[in-house]
Write a protein that binds this ligand. Structure first.
Ligand SMILES: [Zn+2]
Length: 640
């Protein structure tokens, strides 16, 4: 293709350069088109001292290319990509493609790499068998986990590339108008996973609906799902006494619950989890300054990653100042410097199952198993739901909730104050990909769901703001003081839409790991007589419960806990990070969606049940006691 004329060649190129780690640092620059990206970064002052590379949002290093090839793009300045990559074998198909994405790809898994052996997960070889869309659900979570990476491990499925695939249940989770397994293979290989379509001698995992034929002599892990139940186990299948599997509004949520539990157990059986969770890792740079007191020494130096800490040297004459550098700022090799000496024990026979992990049990009182979707409607129409938080939990709950609704008549509002999708969110937040890095979560989530469900701007609201006390507190409480709460906290451009979303919601889902925000939402729900489904997930623990009119967050957890705001800790420790893994957050988000749909259906007299409150720990689920704390008597001002 012919290049433009000389004048066009000379027109300046607009670039946005961002620090790959601290993405709040963003600079827009105009540079001549033949300047290298490297030079542009140095001139703009965003380049670190020493070696660095500049990456596209997709993780491709473009340091030496010309600015003219990147007109209008957002580029990320980060640590230098190491030639050849990590010590993993890079041979085999897709190896090169893995190498080019190495830097961003490896940093995706920070939040889980202190929980499990990430290299082992990347090198898993899994043979998969079963029902098409169920297998697709498992592939989605395997990819988010960073399992079966190209050049290290692979997942094999006994299908031909031209065989058809029909994605219906999981349409909210993927941009994919599927037609064949060949396309599925391409989709996952673009994401860095190795999916091979070939004949299998023996499958490690079988997954399918209750009415799908099961193979004889299967010896691996399995999941049977449908009709609101999900049953996982290993070895031979139990007899299913009754299976009436028709389409229900919670099919997608049930499948995700089952896949999450199956996968978590599968990893435990392979001793992938560390016995001791490492919640964060960082590098510390120590600088020695002689003849200066620690306080003064601290004032004399600075780091972009915040204040240091200082102590006196042992001879008492100078100071040692320590600065903390986040792991994201280091070459990927540092990830493997720490490895587990102790691993979590594998699940016992009893834990391995068959065990019910879905919204409703399939085990009958007679000891048999039965899949029966009695009372569960196929879809709900005219739903109006509010989802608070579209991160680890909400990015699953929102699409899975919509999967059970008629998108033509339903409305969903998503509220999230998080202004940026970050690299380390991509290990679990299913709605986002590398192209969303740097975008506000609520906005990105809304546009994704509109596309996938063919919904309008007005029926999928993405509000990039946090829920505040000013949106929730009623006038009577405000009038206690002389000035209103709104005057104290100030007005935001989103106040009006937040208030109207609260007033129109029929159900609310709390998907934030922040007690205070949950309690605020709960207050808004109680004032409006709307049920709230509460979810929480951290590391390998999760909880799902709901609050109606008879119980609130304050009665349940006590006022101190209910109004707890985020903990702030000293610089040496950093803000308390939360480790996260997709199996936990997907399970919690999916069960929240199922619970919300069932609460609405019950209100509308479909005659269905509502799933019980649940605790999740390490792939196992148990009933959660729900009730008020005996010593919180009337502490909330609502319940005596
Ligand atoms: Zn209460």
């Amino acid at each position: 293709m012919q290049r433009g004329g000389r004048t066009k060649e000379q027109e300046p190129v607009l670039l946005t350069l961002s620090n790959a780690v601290d993405q709040t640092q963003k600079i827009k620059v105009e540079v001549p088109p033949n300047t290298t990206i490297k030079q542009a970064s140095i001139d703009a002052g965003v380049a670190p001292k020493g070696a660095f590379d500049v990456f596209t949002a997709g993780g491709k290093a473009v340091t030496r290319s010309k600015a003219g090839d990147h007109q209008g793009e957002v580029l990320y300045v980060g640590p230098q990509k190491v030639a050849g990559g990590s010590d993993r074998p890079s041979s085999g198909k897709g190896g090169e493609e893995f190498g080019s994405n190495l830097w961003l790809q490896d940093h995706r898994w920070h939040r889980q790499s202190g929980l499990l052996d990430q290299e082992m997960v990347a090198s898993l070889d899994i043979g998969l068998e079963g029902h098409d869309e169920s297998m697709f659900g498992l592939l989605l979570e395997l990819d988010l986990l960073g399992a079966c990476r190209s050049g290290c491990g692979e997942v094999s499925i006994n299908r031909e590339p031209e065989e058809e695939v029909n994605i219906r249940m999981l349409r909210g989770l993927v941009d994919f108008t599927t037609s064949s397994w060949g396309e599925v293979q391409r989709l996952f290989s673009e994401r860095g996973m190795d999916l091979s379509l070939r004949e299998l001698d023996e499958a490690d995992i079988w997954i399918g609906t209750a009415d799908y034929p099961r193979p004889e002599g299967h010896g691996g892990s399995w999941l049977i799902h449908g009709a609101g139940s999900a049953l996982v186990g290993s070895g031979s299948f139990p007899p299913i006494h009754y299976a009436c599997v028709r389409e229900t509004m919670i099919d997608a949520a049930t499948l995700v619950c089952g896949v999450s539990a199956l996968l978590h157990r599968y990893l435990r059986e392979r001793s992938a989890f560390w016995q001791m969770e490492v919640v964060d890792r960082w590098l510390t740079l120590t600088a020695r300054v002689d003849d200066v007191d620690p306080d003064l020494a601290l004032k004399g130096l600075r780091s972009k990653f915040g204040r240091g800490t200082a102590t006196r040297t042992s001879d008492g004459r100078g100071s040692l100042i320590r600065y903390r550098f986040p792991l994201e700022w280091t070459p990927p090799e540092f990830l493997s410097l720490l490895s587990p000496a102790l691993r979590m024990t594998t699940p016992t026979e009893e834990e391995i199952g068959p065990v019910d992990v879905g919204p409703f049990p399939s085990k009958t009182s007679e000891g048999g198993y039965c899949f029966d979707s009695m009372g569960l409607p196929e879809k709900l129409s005219d739903v109006n739901a509010l989802v608070l938080g579209v991160g680890g939990l909400g990015s699953w709950a929102a699409p899975l909730l919509l999967s059970g609704c008629d998108p033509r008549t339903s409305t969903i509002g998503m509220l999230d104050g998080d202004q940026e999708v970050e690299v380390h969110n991509l290990n679990r937040q299913v709605l986002y990909g590398s192209k969303d890095l740097g975008c506000a979560k609520a906005t990105a989530a809304a546009s994704r769901l509109r596309e996938r469900f063919g919904m309008s701007e007005g029926s999928v609201l993405g509000i990039p703001a946090p829920l505040g006390a000013q949106h929730v507190m009623t006038c009577s409480k405000e009038s206690e003081g002389d000035i209103s709460l709104q005057e104290i906290v100030g007005y935001s451009e989103h106040d009006e839409i937040i208030s109207s979303s609260l007033d129109s919601m029929q159900i609310a889902l709390s998907c934030l790991d922040n007690q205070n925000a949950r309690t605020l939402l709960n207050t808004a729900c109680l004032d409006r007589g709307v049920p709230m489904v509460n979810g929480g997930g951290e590391g390998v623990r999760g909880v799902v419960e709901h609050f109606g009119s008879d119980l609130c967050m304050v009665c349940r957890y006590g006022p101190e806990e209910a109004y707890e705001t985020e903990r702030v800790s000293c610089q040496e420790e950093g803000a308390r990070p939360v480790s996260s893994i997709v199996t936990t957050t997907a399970y919690v988000g999916a069960l929240q969606a199922a619970m919300a749909l069932c609460l609405l259906a019950k209100q509308r007299r479909h005659g269905n049940e509502v799933p019980e409150a649940r605790d999740w720990w390490n792939g196992m689920v148990s009933r959660r006691q729900s009730g008020r704390l005996p010593w919180v008597k009337g502490g909330c001002g609502r319940h005596g």
